[in-house]
Ligand binder design. Structure first.
Ligand code: 13P
Length: 332
């Protein structure tokens, strides 16, 4: 039985040096085999992680994969709410995340107690929560959505049903605009998608006049207005692969470019920069906390492990399963 050092617990990850001469990717795949572990990775993680993972996907696909796996261990290369969702769906499995500090600004922008009070202050409303929320916030939700299914799930409610949508005000107002609904919005946002620069996007459009603009709906309204396509990471990827166009301005976290380039090597993908940097990429600092070395140590010591309070999990599983059921019915 391995002892988990106090220093690791304090840091929230294992900082053990990697044995010299080791090929991390090979060693990770070997441990996955020995331990019957599966690695799930989001498109926003660094390319080396996407390459070592068993499955790479958007938030919806990651939840669907977790729900269907027969592995004993799920290792989530992503942020904390993703691992929590896996644990809620698979309470009997061990769910590992390589760094407990990998949180999500959207989930943090919606403290469960404040959201519960907001819900209580608006009786008669059904509550729709983006998957980027804590388990405790999901526990006071009627149905969870991702950016892949938000429109369809909102439209599954009768038009006269008052709705609350949290926590992303940008995704919420985008869905309001395309569905003609008037959902009450929680005032949260993703710190990565909020910082894209309209000016820099306009300049790039002038520089690449035939390029298609791919935008994630967590971006602010003025950015969304400049989009040729608005969609989840998986939807943007699919469009880029199948489009006749060969140049794309990508307005989402720049990790997605790895898979775009891999699946469409002859096309050109240009990451749109944030307004506060001179570098070309807009990276999520939380996603970037996950590294190959941390994945290696996490598999080796089977820690950090994500736990969810069973009472919270019992309440949170309903809206997640509702989302998965609706998505299945819709063929998503
Ligand atoms: P999707 O992968 O569902 O598009 O969501 C992006 C995101 O917000 C991940 O945190």
């Amino acid at each position: 039985m391995t002892t988990i050092k106090d220093s690791w617990k304090n840091k929230g990850y294992i900082d053990e040096p990697i044995p010299e001469g080791i090929d991390l990717a090979t060693a990770i795949r070997q441990m996955c085999k020995e331990k019957n572990a599966v690695i799930l990775a989001h498109y926003y993680t660094e390319g080396a992680l996407q390459d070592v993972a068993d499955f790479v996907g958007d938030s919806l696909a990651l939840a669907q994969k977790a729900a269907a796996t027969d592995a004993d261990i799920i290792l989530m290369c992503g942020v904390h709410f993703m691992a929590e969702t896996d644990k809620i769906l698979c309470p009997d499995k061990r769910v590992l995340i390589p760094d407990l500090n990998a949180t999500c600004s959207l989930a943090e922008s919606c403290p469960a107690d404040e959201f519960a009070a907001f819900v209580k202050a608006h009786p008669g409303h059904k509550v729709i929560s983006y998957v980027n929320t804590s388990a405790a916030t999901k526990a006071v939700t009627d149905v969870v959505v991702t950016s892949s299914n938000a429109r369809q799930i909102v439209e599954s409610f009768p038009k006269d049903q008052p709705l609350i949508f949290g926590p992303d005000r940008n995704l919420g107002s985008y869905i309001n605009s395309i569905t003609g609904r008037d959902m009450l919005l929680w005032n949260g946002a993703c710190h990565v998608h909020e910082r894209f620069s309209v000016e820099k996007l306009v300049d790039l459009k002038k520089q690449y006049p035939t390029a298609k603009v791919l935008v994630h709906p967590e971006c602010k309204g003025p950015i969304v207005k400049l989009a040729d396509v608005v969609g989840s990471t998986a939807a943007l990827l699919k469009f880029a692969i199948h489009s006749d166009c060969d140049t794309f301005l990508v307005v989402t976290e720049s990790g997605i470019l790895h898979e775009m380039q891999k699946q469409a090597p002859d096309k050109t993908f240009i990451p749109v920069p944030p307004d506060d940097s001179t570098c070309g990429c807009n990276e999520c600092n939380f996603m970037r906390l996950i590294t190959l070395a941390k994945v290696y140590n996490t598999l080796r010591y089977e820690w950090p492990e994500v736990q969810v309070d069973p009472e919270v999990a019992k309440a949170a599983i309903r809206p997640i399963e509702r989302m998965l059921d609706i998505s299945k019915q819709l063929g998503l």
